[in-house]
Each structure stands twice: as structure tokens, then as C-alpha cells.
Write a protein of this length. Structure first.
Length: 94
């Protein structure tokens, strides 16, 4: 696991998330765990990542998602230099 997850609590969180198989259970868990704003931010970053992988440009992404250029840039950096987490989940959904 990545170094930032070596903390016992973070490791447990990742294990719990990975163990959830039912979308309704997943939604209920995240509703209890996160604020609505945190969930919206995560959903927005996921949408930005998907649009970037589809070749959309920053301006179109910002207009459609409301994401700031900083958020779009950060997501793009993760796509280019990250751990391929976005790529992996997109492949699983195809």
C-alpha cells in the first residue's frame, strides 16, 4: 500500500471501502462518513478525470462541472503522474 496509507486508521478505511460490494451500502457508508460537500467534491474530481481522459479541454470541463482550473490541473497531474487509480476504476466500469 502507498506510504500515506501506512497509518493503521487509513489502512482500515481503505480495507472497509474495498470490502463494500453493494452500491446502496456504499452510498449509505459515504453518507455517514462524509459531508455532502466532501461527496460533491469527490464526484466532481471523478467527472473531471473522466472528461480529461476523453480529451476534453479545461474550458469545457470548467463550464460543465464548475471545477476551478486548480482542481482540473490537480486531477490532470494525478492522471499523468499518479498511481493510475482513476485509470483503474474507469477500466473496471467499462
Amino acid at each position: 500500500m502507498h506510504n500515506k496509507y501506512n497509518d493503521e486508521d487509513m489502512g482500515y478505511l481503505m480495507e472497509v471501502i474495498a470490502s463494500i460490494n453493494d452500491p446502496k451500502d456504499c452510498g449509505n457508508f459515504f453518507d455517514d462518513l462524509c459531508t455532502i460537500q466532501e461527496l460533491k467534491s469527490m464526484a466532481q474530481r471523478l467527472k473531471v478525470a473522466k472528461m480529461l481522459t476523453q480529451g476534453k479541454v479545461y474550458g469545457d470541463i470548467a463550464a460543465e462541472t464548475g471545477a476551478s482550473s486548480t482542481t482540473i490541473s490537480r486531477v490532470n497531474k494525478c492522471l499523468l503522474y499518479g498511481k493510475n487509480g482513476y485509470k483503474k476504476v474507469f477500466e473496471m466500469k467499462e
